[in-house]
Design a binder for this molecule. Sequence first.
Ligand code: DOR
Ligand code: ZN
Length: 344
Amino acid sequence: MQTITITKPDDFHLHLRDGAALESVVNHTAAQFARAIIMPNLKPPVVTTELALEYRDRILASVNKQYDFEPLMTLYLTDNTSAEEIKTAAESKLIKALKYYPAGATTNSDQGVTDFKKTYAALEAMMKHGMPLLVHGEVTNDDVDIFDREAVFIDKVLTPLAKDFPELKIVLEHITTKAGVDFVLSAKENIAATITPQHILLNRNDLFKGGLRPHNYCLPILKAEQDRKAVQQAAISGNAKFFLGTDSAPHERKNKETGCGCAGIFSAHIGIEIYAEAFDETGAIDKLEAFASHYGADFYGLPRNADQITLIKEELSIPETIAFGDSVLVPFRTGETCAWQLKK
Ligand code: DOR
Ligand code: ZN
């Protein structure tokens, strides 16, 4: 049986929600990861340091005592985020980044940025304090095809923004296209990207296999095979600009299986295991540790974790549903298997 032991990984992109939902999902992540960057798209969004620190307390209160898990908090950037708020966030030491959602791009993004020029005072302060900007890289204009939204965002928003703030640390979150990979590769060292398991493993055909597959619907949407391949190659390339961010995003089953379903794939139940499968499949299991446990921490200026985990190549059965508040969610690989599992 094949096993590998690696530095304990971190998840640099995670949605935990709040209340009973938070309590249902957080321990799936805490069982596998040492730390996670927590997305701020709650209702209402986490726009101040005070709100983020209160949310952090609720997260810590929901973590089982057996786990040592550190939530790395973020603020939700709006048109009105002030330089003063950035300073407060930076001085807290517990806020690690700001998240840029273009208004209307995805779940709970209504209060996001309407025009990137409106954020320039905040970005200036972020650059000064070394605070990274985490970008949901999609334009929202109805006249742009949904499959082109990442490429157009890079062209129209990210390129000018990166030029205006040359020292700003930027993470292009959950990249899905060759255009995204190329942009990051050609940028300076202060620009990196996270990669989700679904964007390594699935392409847009997986949205329609034998019928409509709402549980494979996330944003940015799955792309064509040549884009998936580019993302997969980036993940296994050993380039430190690309690191792990699951974008695990839980939604109650009835909000996915409906006439207008929510975007988001829940993968925290196999958070590291699914990447082990994806890397092993391409003969790149030796590249997993740096991608999952070194490059993200290095980019954020955090120490690498001291603990280790062991993964075993042994089939893990995935349940059809997982408890979610007083309801259930349908997890990634529902009712199927994952080729690797964590040694307990
Ligand atoms: O699929 C997604 N789900 N993409 C996002 O950007 C947000 C997330 C969510 O919060 O559900
Ligand atoms: Zn996300």
